[in-house]
Write a protein that binds this ligand. Structure first.
Ligand SMILES: Nc1ncnc2c1ncn2[C@@H]1O[C@H](COP(=O)(O)OP(=O)(O)OP(=O)(O)O)[C@@H](O)[C@H]1O
Ligand SMILES: [Mg+2]
Length: 477
């Protein structure tokens, strides 16, 4: 599992998010605590519940970004949900339990991916055999003899191959006669195998049998947005044979398709499910974004507020620890880590119902971004805005350079704009950059090649209107 130390986690987050050290630290500690807990004996482990985190801070300062980045960082099952999407149980819409069901899905995906990874080498070998079959169909009687049976799955494979024999006839290589003696076709098989391995047949069309997922899939989602969909496959298990369909593909594609398919056949879904559910219970992380939007303002209450309170009440048991039924079985939420985040611009954490407040004991505030931070966001993160714009513009064959004082000017403008009109945090940089580069973006395609240097003067000129407080309204988002 994730064994990064808190310091390493913070360092990783630093690549994308500037500042906000307190928030990064809390998140890193919480993640590391999951690992520490996993080292303890079972009895004690049961007693230690995670300390949920509430991140507060103005809009556009990196709350969601932190969540997005840790999701990529940790191998733990992770879901990010918007609190505003939920409605109280009994109303039309998503109920809060669905976040746990999503977590189960996410966990299954992770575990399945791991298990598939382990099976790919075997699956590749089987896939190769199947491709060979498409070229040189094995003889019915000889099917037991060729290749040597390695595992029970091979029996299954052989069984399928037999079924396949009659239909794959047109695709076998014309030169040889498959009714000839066993040794003959074995010989051809080996020749073809060599050609196959040498990559000489990659562009040949063959017909293979693939699982027909489309029919099953449609059934799964019949529930629409109601979240009530139950996988038919999971009810009947493997009793319902996989639907197959024929498909003509190139050998190189066939390799990929068959490898995937064979790996699927090799993994034990029961095992995947039980491991995934365990992983979700022990290491799951649920990030509830926009949690402030379900806080009902004090005093006056409208209808909407009442139902928001309902959502809060519904969330309580989940955060506290309960059992939610998912299509993979019941999932205990006791040890799942919840991270709530919200701007708390209009409402305050104290507007949440007290029971919910109490369940998020760790509070971290994210700071407002300063001009210096803006400069760093523009230039230093892995996905820095200036880098992005530069790369985009340079696809037109023109070199684009930003001088340091230009960057400074951009940051300064963004900062002032946030002060003078709405404070939208780092998102302001996006609008400023768009305004700055509008003319250049428009004209650059006709410039041919050359150099463009964007200096402070250019920035001031381009953003002249933008700087005028009178005209601020024009640009307010
Ligand atoms: N500290 C930061 N360092 C680097 N980029 C940042 C920082 N803060 C915000 N950004 C960038 O600003 C944009 C908005 O940030 P984010 O989505 O995290 O806002 P938020 O805090 O969730 O706001 P809201 O309350 O409106 O949801 C993202 O593109 C993000 O990359
Ligand atoms: Mg956000």
């Amino acid at each position: 599992m994730n064994q990064m130390t808190p310091r390493e986690i913070v360092r990783e987050l630093d690549k994308y998010i500037i500042g906000q050290d307190k928030a990064k630290k809390s998140v890193a500690i919480a993640l590391r605590n999951r690992y520490r807990r996993s080292l303890l004996p079972e009895e004690i482990r049961e007693e230690i519940s995670p300390k949920n985190i509430l991140m507060m801070g103005p809009t556009g300062v990196g709350k969601t970004e932190i969540a997005r980045r840790i999701a990529k960082l940790v191998d733990a099952p992770f879901v990010k949900v918007e609190a505003t999407k939920f409605t109280e149980v009994g109303y039309v819409g998503r109920d809060v339990d669905s976040m746990i069901r999503d977590l189960a899905e996410a966990s299954i995906r992770i575990t399945k991916r791991q298990k598939l990874q382990e099976k790919y080498t075997i699956a590749e070998a089987i896939a190769e055999d199947k491709i060979l079959d498409a070229f040189v169909p094995p003889k019915k009687k000889s099917s037991g003899g060729n290749g040597g049976v390695k595992s029970p799955f091979d029996f299954f494979g052989a069984f399928q191959q037999n079924n396949q024999n009659q239909q794959t006839e047109p695709n076998r290589i014309g030169t040889e006669d498959s009714t000839a003696g066993n040794s003959d076709s074995d010989l051809t098989r080996e020749q073809v195998r060599q050609q196959l391995q040498a990559g000489l047949l990659e562009d040949q069309l063959i017909e293979i049998e693939v699982n027909d997922n489309s029919a099953n899939m449609n059934m799964l989602d019949l529930g629409g947005g109601m979240d009530m969909s139950i996988s038919l496959g999971s009810i009947f298990g493997d009793a319902v044979p996989q639907k197959k369909k024929k498909k003509k593909v190139y050998v190189k594609e066939a390799r990929k398709i068959l490898k995937e398919q064979e790996a699927q056949n090799l993994i034990d879904m029961d095992q995947v499910t039980s491991e995934a559910m365990e992983n979700a219970e022990q290491n799951g992380i649920v990030f509830i974004d926009e949690i402030d939007k379900i806080a009902s303002g004090s005093g006056y209450r409208s209808g909407a507020d009442v139902s928001r309170e309902g959502v809060q009440r519904d969330i309580l048991p989940i955060v506290e620890g309960c059992v939610v039924n998912t299509k993979y079985g019941p999932l205990k939420t006791d040890h799942i880590l919840f991270i709530g985040a919200g701007a708390f611009h209009v409402s305050k954490p104290t507007d949440l119902i007290p029971e919910l407040q109490g369940r998020f004991p760790i509070r971290v505030e994210l700071e407002n971004l300063t001009k210096e931070v803006f400069v760093q966001i523009l230039t230093q993160t892995e996905n820095a805005l200036i880098k992005q714009h530069k790369l985009l513009l340079e696809t037109e064959g023109v070199n684009v350079d930003f001088t340091d004082d230009a960057v400074d000017e951009i940051a300064q403008t963004a900062f002032l704009m946030n002060e003078q009109s709405e404070n939208i945090g780092a998102r302001r940089l996006h609008t400023v950059m768009e305004n700055l580069l509008e003319d250049l973006s428009f004209n650059i395609s006709e410039m041919g090649s050359g150099e463009v240097t964007i200096d402070a003067d250019y920035v001031r000129k381009q953003l002249a209107d933008y700087n005028k407080v009178n005209e601020v309204e024009k640009y307010i988002l």
